[in-house]
Design a protein around this ligand. Structure first.
Ligand code: FAD
Length: 434
């Protein structure tokens, strides 16, 4: 069924194989052809933020009828589809091929997936009933509000939004930006990270995560941020002001001072899902490149583009890099399946750094082979590049993951030096006998 040599598909569950085959067909024959229709149905001007193209709802109905729904929630959740991370990862790769439509059509798109995991893992029964249920049902959407313009937010201990308790309520004051999904008219709820105990000596206990219905008074969605010129309507990535926003104390997630714990728990498998979708994006870029360079009408200096050695090399390099990256992600997914996300931190970081950089390189080669067309609206490559570029810092910048990985490796240095000294001593002793 697939050309994936790391995974023996026959060893995976019949349920997975059935879903995989359906997902493959759905992405190729329903989502990819619908992309142009989605663009044509988008509203104009302000309506870009009000109109959800009907084709998306049609795709959702079809995906659901095929059982391609909420597949991301793993075996540890009673609400889940029962797929392992390896199994879901393989399906996520397929959805990455139509990144704008397939994940949402299958109710498997960020930031809802991470937020649903938060509700499923940490929510009270009442919170699950009010928010998880309609999210799982695809009736509402959600946003995760952590990043702030005033502080370097890749270090979450910097987050400043103030959460003050007043009787039976929390009062929120602060400013966020880059909040994905907040422009969507269906976005009914935000998970907001802020400081409830800024003077706590333990800087990882200062934060809390609070559930805020998006229609609460005091919230102003200021503007959508642009990603290299793309506004990503109708979801968008918005700047939001919270001014004396009041919610009942029951809206805390897990408890006061436990916000850090929650965001740590949110990120493990989610990073792998992002990575696998990005592998799918890279595969699509390579396919577009293959089609373009073998188009008989694209000839330069007496040769078809595909006859130029540098282009053949670019294709070969892309093939190697995509497969290498997929191995890294599936390796991390397998490690999570055998233990948990915590035991796979090294493997997750390796994949998280490698995959976006790989995909950017592969897309860039595809753009180059397309010439000016590659940068235009006639092909999806420029938009894909802009989207993937954000993954080099979203969910943790490359540098932070690299620093962790490097430190991890360095921990072995002392033992290695001792071993090398032993070898040298033995070698010196042997030499002395000569
Ligand atoms: C399209 C998009 C969607 C997003 N969606 C959301 C969302 O839904 N919710 C949300 O809360 N946020 C969202 N974000 C924000 C994103 O998570 C942050 O941009 C990210 O966490 C980095 O924070 P920052 O922008 O404040 O960068 P900073 O923290 O200011 O970091 C800037 C740079 O400093 C460098 N750096 C940081 N730490 C180190 C280190 N230890 N060593 C070396 N160099 C370092 C890195 O190069 C980093 O890129 C989104 C961003 C984009 C672009």
């Amino acid at each position: 069924m697939a050309t994936n040599s790391l995974i023996n598909f026959d060893s995976l569950s019949p349920k997975f194989r059935d879903l995989y085959a359906k997902a493959k067909d759905f992405v190729e024959n329903d989502c990819l052809p619908a992309e142009a229709i989605f663009e044509a149905q988008m509203g104009q001007g302000e309506n870009r933020w009000k109109v959800i193209p009907p084709v998306l709802e049609e795709l959702k109905v079809k995906a659901r009828s095929l059982g391609l729904w909420n597949l991301f929630l793993g075996t540890s959740y009673k609400e889940g589809a029962g797929l392992t991370n390896v199994e879901y990862g393989l399906i996520a790769e397929l959805t990455g091929r139509s990144i704008k439509l397939a994940p949402e059509a299958m109710n498997c798109s960020a930031p809802d997936t991470g937020n649903m995991e938060v509700f499923a893992k940490y929510g009270t029964e009442a919170q699950k009933e009010r928010w998880l249920k309609p999210l799982l049902d695809g009736k509402i959407r959600s946003a995760f509000a952590m990043t702030e313009p005033a502080v370097a937010s890749s270090d979450a201990t910097n987050i400043e939004l103030n959460i003050r308790r007043e009787g039976g309520q929390y009062v929120l004051n602060g400013k966020k930006w880059w909040i994905s999904g907040a422009g969507d008219p269906r976005c009914a709820v935000y998970l907001v990270m802020g400081k409830s105990d800024p003077s706590n000596e333990n800087k990882h206990r200062q934060q809390s995560l609070v559930i805020v219905p998006s229609d609460t008074p005091g919230i102003t969605v200021v503007r959508p941020m642009m990603v290299m010129g793309y506004d990503d309507a109708p979801e968008g990535h918005c700047e939001i002001i919270f001014k004396d926003v009041r919610v009942p104390v029951e809206n805390i997630v897990l408890g006061e001072g436990r916000g850090f714990e929650v965001i740590q728990g949110r990120l493990g498998p989610g990073r792998i899902h992002h990575c696998m979708r990005t592998v799918g994006i890279a595969e699509r870029a390579l396919e577009l490149m293959l089609a373009r360079v073998t188009d008989p009408s694209r000839r330069t200096f007496g040769k078809n583009l595909a006859q130029h050695g540098t282009i053949v090399q670019d294709i070969a390099r892309s093939r190697i890099e995509i497969d290498r990256a997929r191995f890294l992600v599936l390796n991390a997914a397998q490690k999570i399946d055998k233990g948990d996300a915590k035991s796979a931190l090294k493997e997750i970081s390796m994949a998280k750094v490698d995959v976006p950089n790989m995909a950017l390189q592969v897309i860039d080669r595809a753009i180059q082979a397309h010439g000016a067309g590659g940068l235009s609206q006639d092909f999806p490559l420029a938009r894909l590049y802009a989207g993937v570029r954000t993954l080099r810092f979203a969910d943790g910048p490359d540098e932070v993951h690299l620093a962790q990985l490097g430190r991890n490796e360095l921990r072995r240095a002392e033992e290695i030096r001792a071993r090398l000294n032993q070898i040298k001593d033995k070698s010196d002793a042997l030499k002395a006998k000569l």
